[in-house]
Design a protein around this ligand. Structure first.
Ligand code: C2E
Ligand code: CA
Ligand code: CA
Ligand code: CA
Length: 274
């Protein structure tokens, strides 16, 4: 019995080691990838729910892995966040996306505002203000065409810091949206404390449409947002029924596979002309 126990233990640590190894390899690979810029951005349109006009575009990062091909952010953003690599990667994303917007605008391609995701760690420790000012200086992007998407978890860590930084961001003319709204344990109180412009309803609620429960939750979120003067974006819209629903509920803007999938800049520009 004793030796069996020992074997179990060995098996357990071996499995743990394998997992830890895999993770370390991924961390190292990510680190290398940042140095070699193995990333690219895809762009997804954001539309006015009534007119259908494009009002913006969200930049979404992909890892062009030399062996594994295109890797989606869910497979690496968390690790980049935990290892701190996100700070460098996030700054690259912001700069690259702004360069792209400037290029589009130079070619008179109207894409509306550019939305960029900012991770919690990037917001709290990544010198986000300095990065932002730097990127604006270096790319010449119009900051009023820029929107940062932040999660509740980023803002909830240190309220005073958040208010201060958000106010500085706003004073540059940059818009701020709360991403995945309703997915965390939101203290609704912060909505009036933080100077934000818009919320993006978490996809999970949109996915559930047209169920009565999800309808009511979205309705309540919209009522709350509107009473505080915030715009509402519904993302993850995949069916025309869902589109009809969120439009009827009063969502100003929509985003989702039904309206356009994330695609590389080249392809995005080609579609936008149509
Ligand atoms: P997110 O910011 O909530 O972005 C929306 C995600 O939903 C994207 O996944 C998008 O491709 C996907 N999506 C859009 N429309 C639909 C739809 O109709 N149906 C479904 N099922 N999915 C839809 P993606 O690109 O894989 O990104 C996943 C998450 O990774 C993002 O969620 C965001 O949290 C994070 N992320 C992506 N790019 C960046 C980045 O540059 N920086 C940071 N910090 N995070 C990023
Ligand atoms: Ca987002
Ligand atoms: Ca989201
Ligand atoms: Ca998300």
């Amino acid at each position: 019995a004793k030796s069996a126990g020992k074997n179990n233990f060995q098996f357990y640590t071996k499995a743990m080691n394998a997992k830890a190894m895999e993770r370390m390899e991924l961390e190292n690979a990510l680190h290398r990838a940042v140095r070699q810029t193995q990333f690219e951005l895809h762009y997804q349109p954001i539309l006015d729910s009534r007119s259908g006009a494009m009002v913006g575009v969200e930049a979404l990062v992909r890892w062009q892995h030399p062996e594994r091909g295109l890797v989606l952010p869910d497979a690496f953003i968390n690790i980049a966040e935990e290892s701190g690599t996100i700070k460098v990667l996030g700054a690259w994303v912001l700069r690259r996306a702004c360069q792209q917007l400037v290029t589009w605008e130079r070619h008179h391609q109207r894409v509306g505002r550019l939305a960029v995701n900012i991770s919690a760690r990037q917001f709290v420790e990544g010198h986000i203000l300095q990065t932002l000012r730097d990127v604006v200086d270096r790319t010449g992007v119009d900051p009023t065409h820029l929107e940062l998407e932040l999660t509740e978890s980023a803002l909830m860590q240190d309220h005073r810091y958040s208010v201060e930084v958000l106010e500085a961001i706003k004073s540059l003319g940059v818009r701020v949206a709360i991403d995945d709204f309703g997915s965390g344990y939101s203290s609704l109180n912060y909505l009036k404390k933080f100077p934000i412009d818009a919320i993006k309803i978490d996809q999970a609620f949109v996915k559930g449409l047209p169920s009565q429960e999800d309808k009511r939750i979205i309705q309540a979120i919209i009522a709350l947002a509107h009473s505080l003067g915030l715009k509402v974006v519904a993302e993850g819209v995949e069916t025309s029924l869902q589109l009809e629903c969120v439009r009827a509920l009063g969502c100003e803007e929509v985003q989702g596979f039904l309206l356009g999938k994330p695609v590389p800049a080249q392809q995005f520009a080609a579609q936008a002309v149509l």
